[in-house]
Design a protein around this ligand. Sequence first.
Ligand code: SF4
Ligand code: SF4
Length: 223
Amino acid sequence: MIITKKKDFGDILEYLKGREKVFLFGCNSCAEQCRTGGEREVEEMKRLLGEEGKEVTGSSVVDETCYNMLIKREFKRKEAAASSDAILVLACGAGVRTVAENTDDGTPVLPALDTLFLATVERYGRFFEGCSLCGECVLGETAGVCPHTYCPKGLLNGPCGGMDGGRCEVDLENGCAWIDIYRRLKAQGRLHVLKRISPPKDHSKDLTRPRKVVLDRGVRGGA
Ligand code: SF4
Ligand code: SF4
């Protein structure tokens, strides 16, 4: 799940300076679970903008704001989306981008949220970063613990010399990711994996932006 947090309302007002008619998009998926962009937050944003004298011309809380076909459909269904002075999107950056893709008439599409990270959901309302989207997953060698995400130094061969009694030297509140990896591999009877030195990653692959995956028809999961 993509984790978002609300932008400061003052910053949003600054974006909207000189623009009085505002259409709102929310997202019924990740942003709804983060309590940043579901029905309730869109209603709250309507109220706040109304108090500032803005006219909210309409709103739409889409199942997934990052899904282009759904946004396209909303633009067809809701004329106000295309005839406002600005569109404010309560969704992650991918959602904002998707809405922006559907406007080429000069209407600014503005983010109401900051996009933070890809999370594991421990339970409703408790989110922890689980993956840093490196594009070359090593979880098979690390017993499901991501060294890029859980080791602040991103070490592929740990632990570092600063590990102290199983705690991470960067933040003693946290356990060392590599001790966790060791314990899990041991429980799996796979400690031999640690004898292999992992080569440095080719981070140039990660620099190719924007990344994309286009599936052939009928092919599942390919890139
Ligand atoms: S190694 Fe870590 S950052 Fe990379 S894909 Fe796997 S979980 Fe994500
Ligand atoms: S103590 Fe462990 S988690 Fe912390 S930086 Fe060193 S190897 Fe990484």
